[in-house]
Design a protein around this ligand. Structure first.
Ligand SMILES: Nc1nc2c(ncn2[C@@H]2O[C@H](COP(=O)(O)OP(=O)(O)OP(=O)(O)O)[C@@H](O)[C@H]2O)c(=O)[nH]1
Ligand SMILES: [Mg+2]
Ligand SMILES: [Zn+2]
Length: 299
């Protein structure tokens, strides 16, 4: 029986769909004994490279092994506080945020950015639905993230704005689109790749039983190279990190870390805190400092 390496591009409750580079996806089960001791939800995620064994018949194959992950985008699940890997081996996380509908929450952007930074991905901000907001609203948030050194794209699907830049950004890369439900993640993918079967307005559709109740990421192969991962909208996103690691994932905090009076300073109530001083001197923005506090206190 041939053993082949492929990429998991979708999963349901019981099956993993593996892309081995040809036209057909291989349906696989997981050989659980190979992963003894790991939590089930994390065994294999979308984006994982796996070694599979297939038969010529129409039967499902087996995932025998998982190759080491280069990056992970994960979150902490509220139900049992376990870590759930949304996508592995991606290069970029494209955090999509609309300014008006739904209203922008910069803390949510920062939560995804923390997860991206933690997992080894490049963070990019996509400000979507530009047709619904004013230039001033867009600039204020755009400039904040540009000043932190992030790539920021402004898009509008009805105006075809920013779509070429988005296509370039995704070229020969694996990109994960994340963000609040309804911000237009799927719409952006559909605008770029109209032939793919992408569902728009998914969360307002039927819930309950069915193929799409798994709430897992789905990955698509870009014909000219690279992959795109569409993820279900998330209202509350918890990065899977420890509170004492949080400060090192706020890029503008880095120059001040280690300068606080107290070792293990949480940068909240402690005296002689270098981060708080930088914030008071407006070297750290109020939005980001408050974001840090809010994430810290929720971890
Ligand atoms: N005005 C405007 N509406 C948009 C734009 N992009 C998407 N929409 C609309 O926003 C709604 C939600 O779009 P989706 O693409 O389904 O959003 P999503 O982020 O994939 O949502 P989830 O799958 O629930 O996470 C749809 O009604 C879209 O038509 C845009 O650029 N401008
Ligand atoms: Mg969607
Ligand atoms: Zn401090």
């Amino acid at each position: 029986m041939p053993q082949i390496i492929g990429t998991v591009i979708r999963r349901t409750k019981n099956f993993y769909y593996v892309d081995i580079g040809d036209a057909e996806l291989r349906l696989c089960h997981i050989r659980a004994n190979l992963f003894y001791g790991n939590s089930k939800t994390n065994l294999v995620a979308v984006g994982d490279e796996v070694e599979i064994e297939t038969t010529d018949s129409n039967k499902a194959g087996w995932i025998l092994n998982k190759l080491p992950r280069r990056t992970i985008l994960s979150r902490r699940q509220s139900a049992d506080s376990s870590e759930q890997v949304l996508a592995s081996n991606a290069d970029k996380v494209l955090v999509v945020a609309s300014i008006r509908s739904p209203p922008l929450r910069n803390v949510l952007i920062d939560r995804f950015f923390v997860a991206g930074s933690y997992g080894g991905l490049e963070n990019v901000l996509i400000l979507s639905k530009a047709d619904l907001s004013t230039q001033e609203e867009i600039s204020s948030i755009k400039n904040l993230y540009l000043s932190l050194g992030y790539n920021v794209l402004v898009t509008s699907v009805p105006e075809s704005k920013g779509l070429d830049s988005l296509r370039k950004l995704m070229h020969k890369q694996t990109s994960v689109l994340c963000g609040h439900s309804g911000v237009g993640k799927s719409s952006l993918i559909r605008a770029l790749f109209p032939n793919w079967k992408i569902r728009i307005g998914s969360l307002s559709g039927k819930t309950g039983k069915g193929r799409h109740t798994t709430r897992m990421a789905e990955m698509y192969r870009i014909p000219s190279g690279g992959y795109v991962v569409d993820t279900p909208g998330i209202r509350e996103f918890q990065p899977a990190i420890e509170p004492n690691e949080l400060d090192s994932h706020f890029v503008e905090f880095l120059p001040y870390l280690g300068e606080c009076r107290f070792k293990g300073c949480t940068h909240r109530h402690e005296p002689q805190c270098a981060i708080k001083e930088a914030y008071k001197e407006e070297k750290i923005s109020e939005k980001r400092y408050k974001s840090y506090i809010s994430i810290y206190e929720s971890l």
